[in-house]
Design a protein around this ligand. Structure first.
Ligand SMILES: Nc1nc2c(ncn2[C@@H]2O[C@H](COP(=O)(O)OP(=O)(O)OP(=O)(O)O)[C@@H](O)[C@H]2O)c(=O)[nH]1
Length: 554
């Protein structure tokens, strides 16, 4: 049994309860995680065990579970998956939300679980529920692995989606170790294959923990049956894994949700700051009109504010009468480089979630921030084979398939790449007739073939590689070949301010610093870099072409 102090009980939440909970606990350290597993991997049992052993479950709820249904299949053990059944029932009625949230806490941290079912629709819930997660727990059934001799395609897919969503930490909970003789060798076989996959995907923070959700080994309590395992329990891991640095940095974005006009004297725009900081007196630009004005007031229920940052919801009053309605956007004025992309043609990685395949020529509703447009599939660049991670050509994406898709919409989207900002780069695809969510899309950029792939380093002083450590590594390799002095900064957990300081120091020493962080245009300007390597669609380049396109001019 755990010795952790429970400071709040877990609740099955609706979106508004969730928001209230968030608001009330914003000050406290909070970790969001999601779980992904195939049917019967033991996801419900694991969550039930986690809640039970942290004493987060109401005693009466537990008693009811104990009394009513003891799972015979599990040999008379309490079936912890029943604790999450309430959630499933709510979801199956399907009225309010796609993903149910569960909260619990220990003395060290608060936790929010985006709970996802293990049916065929796992991908949908993973893609829609996981995009704000700090940690993805990928459940691997040790027994199924041993039978199959390798990771199941679903485990690969989950890990791939976690990498696509940019979830900073991915942990494999190697479950049912009680059915795998609690054997170190068995665990290490599974762990090594998982690590190999994670490496291929460029995941930076991965961990594997041998557990038995049913018996409670290494979930909250260290396993007696696996004394050879010296790492953290799953809870210890969740309590200590570094938290994401909030996406406050970057040029301001404020999608308008509602225009408030209570009387002739007041006109306010309500919405959520989706990126950066909004300050009274700031010069802002309205999209799509591109008209500029200043922020007169930032109003909230609790009174005016001088500034509001992501993810605060506020109402903005402007100095000038500007025509702005729901679905339009206020952004930081300033150089064009800091503005979002504005286009009716965009490319995105799509995770498809519907029985009826996504197909070239079909039109869907695309919901992006507060704006919904009609988007037609113009081309499918490729689909990903999750087993080999190779890219193949196709003209449709079946349920659970993942691919890069070019769209054309009836109205422009104002967006940033998902890699730079999750909120500004996410799109939900909806069937216009049934209103069902059919896909999740992570925006990459403009679908404009005139933007030829290139990596250009004007004077090899500094290279900023957009978001992908594997690309950063390739740029470094290319520079090494040229005999440049280059270092790669794995800056995932360094605050932005320190990245700049580190890069500066290296620049002064005449060294090329390559960072895997996306630095926004403002930060770049502050750095006064001599040269920037901009990577556009570099994934499409082979190494030869990458080398050839590195133009170093001294
Ligand atoms: N022996 C053993 N059985 C387990 C363990 N974890 C889960 N199970 C059993 O595996 C079966 C599936 O567990 P669930 O927790 O319902 O699996 P799930 O992944 O949530 O599946 P869905 O509910 O369909 O999403 C149940 O019979 C559990 O009792 C474990 O660590 N060891």
């Amino acid at each position: 049994m755990s010795t952790h102090v429970v400071t709040s009980h877990n609740v099955v939440g609706t979106v508004s309860e969730f928001d209230t909970f968030l608001d009330a606990h914003l000050e406290q350290e909070m970790l969001r995680f999601t779980t992904a597993g195939s049917v019967d991997d033991g996801k419900s049992t694991l969550i039930g065990r986690l809640l039970h052993d942290t004493k987060s479950v109401y005693e009466d709820q537990l008693a009811a579970v104990k009394q009513s249904r003891v799972n015979r299949a599990s040999g008379g053990h309490v079936d912890f998956s029943l604790l999450t059944d309430g959630l499933k029932a709510e979801r199956e009625q399907g009225i309010t939300i796609d993903v149910a949230y569960r909260y619990f806490s220990t003395s060290r941290r608060k936790f929010i679980i985006a709970d996802t079912p293990g049916h065929e629709q796992y991908t949908r819930n993973m893609a829609t529920g996981a995009s704000t997660a700090d940690v993805a727990i990928v459940l691997i059934d040790a027994k199924a692995f041993l039978k199959q001799g390798s990771l199941l395609p679903q485990s690969r897919r989950h890990t791939y989606i976690a990498s696509l969503l940019g979830i900073p930490h991915v942990v494999a909970a190697v479950n049912k170790m009680d059915l795998a003789e609690y054997s170190q060798k068995n665990f290490e076989t599974i762990r090594d294959e998982f690590y190999a996959l994670a490496k291929k995907l460029g995941l930076k923070s991965v961990e594997a923990i041998p557990v038995s959700a049913l018996e409670g080994d290494n979930v909250v309590t260290p396993s007696v049956a696996m004394p050879w395992y010296k790492g953290p329990t799953l809870l210890e891991y969740l309590e200590t894994v570094p938290l994401r640095v909030h996406e406050v940095a970057g040029p301001m974005r404020f999608p308008v949700q509602l225009v408030l006009r209570p009387d002739a004297n007041f006109r306010g725009f309500a919405g959520q700051v989706s990126r950066g900081i909004l300050r009274t007196g700031d010069r802002v630009m309205a999209l799509p009109s591109r008209r500029e004005t200043f922020v007169r007031n930032i109003v909230t229920y609790d009174g005016p504010l001088d500034a509001a940052a992501f993810p605060q919801s506020v109402t903005v009053e402007l100095e000038d009468e500007i025509d702005l309605s729901r679905g339009e956007m206020l952004v930081a004025a300033g150089s064009a480089a800091t503005h979002p992309q504005v286009s009716t043609r965009f490319r995105a990685m799509v995770v498809w979630m519907h029985e009826e395949p996504l197909a070239v020529g079909r039109t869907y509703l695309a919901k992006h921030t507060t704006r919904t447009v009609r988007a037609t599939v113009r081309a499918i660049q490729y689909k990903v084979d999750v087993s080999s991670l190779s890219e193949g050509s196709t003209d449709s994406l079946a349920m659970n398939e993942i691919g890069e898709v070019a769209f054309e919409s009836n109205l422009p989207l104002f967006f940033d790449a998902y890699q730079a900002n999750r909120m500004m780069g996410s799109v939900i695809l909806i069937d216009a007739v049934t209103n069902a969510t059919v896909g999740a899309a992570m925006l990459i950029g403009l679908a404009d073939t005139s933007q030829a792939p290139s990596i250009r380093i004007e004077r090899a002083t500094l290279a900023i590689v957009s978001g992908r450590s594997d690309l950063a590594a390739r740029v470094k390799d290319a520079l090494d070949v040229r005999g440049e002095r280059a270092v790669l900064i794995d800056d995932e957990f360094i605050p932005e301010s320190s990245v700049v300081a580190v890069v500066r120091a290296l620049q002064l020493a005449g060294v090329t610093a390559i960072t895997a962080r996306v630095l926004d245009a403002e930060t770049l300007a502050a750095l006064e870099v001599f040269a920037i390597a901009v990577v556009i669609q570099a994934d499409e380049l082979d190494d030869e072409a990458l080398l050839a396109s590195l133009e170093v001019q001294r």
